[in-house]
Design a protein around this ligand. Structure first.
Ligand code: GSH
Length: 397
């Protein structure tokens, strides 16, 4: 009986967390996925005072919200108390080393291997040949980031910086901009650079369900020091920012509806996640299969919902191809958005696409748009660590 109960709880937990882990990829910038008022609107508009049953429903709602709210606050408190980076206590899943990297950065990336935002950061680290450790976060328990108040990935920790002995940087775009600013002028201490990326808190939602989200308004700005120049015009820099924002706010929404387009594609995608994330090793056979089948089913439904939310074409592939074509059109005949070398826009788009790499959607996109030559060029640049001269010779901006 107990076994049965823990089994069903486990299944439920997997289902909810998977829903979160993948759904919330589309939930960045604090935009809620659903209209959070819908529940209350329904009750306020139908409860005229004459319906006894409706009143009871309303009260159950209020009490339920109170209970859930207390649980939430309790959890929040717990995280505040444990908000210390645990240092070496979490063994890295992988250690990526570039012998010639002279930056001396002791950097750890906390990630889900197939999260598009984490893929962006990995593309940048690999392109520039920056040595780093990777900690794979369990997408169900997320115990590897229990110490952090910020609950999403990617997170990077840079050890040996500042008063606390480490610097925590959240959000893929902030991470990329901060590291790029550092590579551009290594004489500016990271601790100082990090102050140029202040995080502000803002409330989203309505009267009843508001939540606080953290946002860094400078996240797409590289901090070029005034006395240095990267030989790019202000227009080129503005273009880079524009395309980075497009990747994060438009292209990202094409991913889930496409990789979970049909039940079979959703299953294939989860099987690919399983291979990429080495679930064979990390989970028991039963857990792995439960995650694959329930995850695929849930994400198939979520994909449909996201399709409606983001107004994608009936055939979501058409929207994906339009995304690929938009990218190619903006290349304006150049090798990369950055000209002769990839810039942060190229690395962001490339990273996002690697998150889809094993899927049918990606194969379709490569064969139905003209994006392939750029994709292959960028892949080569990243795999050959073509930006590594900046980490080998610290005087190179
Ligand atoms: N704006 C963030 C978005 C990060 C994000 O949404 N990550 C997802 C994984 S793809 C996540 O951690 N979701 C878990 C959650 O929201 O609790 C970034 O660019 O890093």
């Amino acid at each position: 009986m107990t076994a049965l109960r823990s089994l069903s709880q486990g299944v439920l937990r997997n289902r909810v967390s998977f829903n979160n882990a993948f759904k919330q990829c589309d939930n960045f910038n604090g935009k809620p996925l659903r209209n959070k008022h819908s529940l209350f609107d329904k009750y306020f508009s139908t409860n005229t005072g004459s319906s006894y049953r409706s009143k009871w429903k309303l009260w159950s709602c209020v009490i339920g919200t109170g209970v859930l709210g207390s649980i939430f606050l309790f959890n929040k408190q717990k995280y505040v108390l444990n908000a210390d980076f645990p240092g070496q206590s979490i063994p890295p899943t992988k250690q990526i080393r570039f012998d010639e990297d002279k930056t001396n950065l002791k950097l750890t990336l906390f990630q889900f291997v197939t999260c598009p935002f984490c893929c962006k950061v990995r593309a940048m680290l690999n392109y520039n040949g920056i040595s780093h450790d990777v900690v794979e976060v369990n997408s169900i328990t997320r115990k590897e980031i229990k110490w952090s108040k910020y609950k999403k990935v990617p997170i990077i920790i840079i050890e040996g910086v500042g008063e606390d002995g480490y610097l925590q940087v959240n959000d893929s775009s902030v991470i990329m901009s901060l590291l790029e600013s550092h590579l551009f002028d290594k004489s500016v201490p990271l601790e100082k650079l990090s102050t140029y990326f202040p995080v502000i808190e803002k409330k989203t939602g309505g009267r009843f369900f508001s939540r606080t989200v953290q946002e860094c308004p400078n996240k797409n700005f590289v901090m070029y020091q005034e006395h240095l120049s990267d030989k790019r015009t202000p227009e080129e820099r503005a273009d880079e920012r524009k395309m980075r924002i497009w990747v994060d706010t438009v292209f990202v929404h094409l991913i889930s509806p496409n990789v979970y387009r049909t039940p079979r594609e959703a299953l294939d995608t989860f099987n690919w996640f399983s291979t990429a994330g080495d679930w064979e090793t990390n989970f028991s056979n039963f857990q792995k299969n439960t995650i694959i089948y329930i995850g695929a089913f849930v994400m198939y439904l979520v994909g449909k919902k996201l399709k409606r939310k983001h107004n994608l074409q009936d055939d979501v592939r058409t929207s994906l191809y339009e995304g690929g074509d938009t990218w190619v059109r903006n290349l304006k005949g150049r090798k990369f958005m950055g000209g002769d070398h990839p810039d942060l826009a190229d690395l962001s788009m490339y990273g996002m696409l690697t998150a889809m790499e094993g899927t049918e959607a990606m194969k379709d996109m490569l064969s139905h748009t003209k994006i392939r030559p750029w994709f292959e060029r960028t892949k080569k640049a990243v795999n050959d660590h073509e930006g590594a001269h900046r980490t080998r010779d610290l005087s190179v901006p």
